[in-house]
Design a protein around this ligand. Structure first.
Ligand SMILES: [Cu+2]
Length: 116
């Protein structure tokens, strides 16, 4: 009887600890979504996406050798550093709006982020 009680108590404690450990992951999954935009053959894919305010866009350079950048030139920002194959560039969009960007070294590469 006593022994059974202790086993159940230990199991309950274990479940409680396990659920507490899971909380940060659940919060992360629901709170700040990450949208991926690939870069290959001098193109952003997809070139245009719609996200919600507070969400993050992650650009991934999938080229073999070529570096690129993500430059929100229209918003008056300075040109950022380029990033290389297998590197990423991330940005969180806090305010709603339409944000056009281009690649610094390659003017013909353009993309749009719509933030709702
Ligand atoms: Cu480029």
């Amino acid at each position: 009887m006593d022994r059974k009680f202790h086993t159940w108590g230990a199991l309950r404690t274990l479940l409680l600890v396990a659920s507490l450990l899971l909380v940060p992951f659940l919060v992360h999954a629901g709170g700040d979504k990450v949208h991926e935009v690939g870069i290959k053959k001098f193109k952003y894919t997809p070139p245009e996406i719609t996200i919600k305010a507070g969400e993050t866009v992650r650009w991934i350079n999938n080229e073999k050798r070529q570096y690129h950048s993500v430059w929100f030139e229209e918003s008056g920002e300075e040109e950022p550093a380029e990033f290389f194959p297998e590197e990423i560039y991330e940005r969180t969009f806090v305010k709603p709006g339409t944000f056009r960007y281009r690649c610094g070294p390659h003017e013909e590469m353009t993309g749009i982020i719509h933030v709702k």
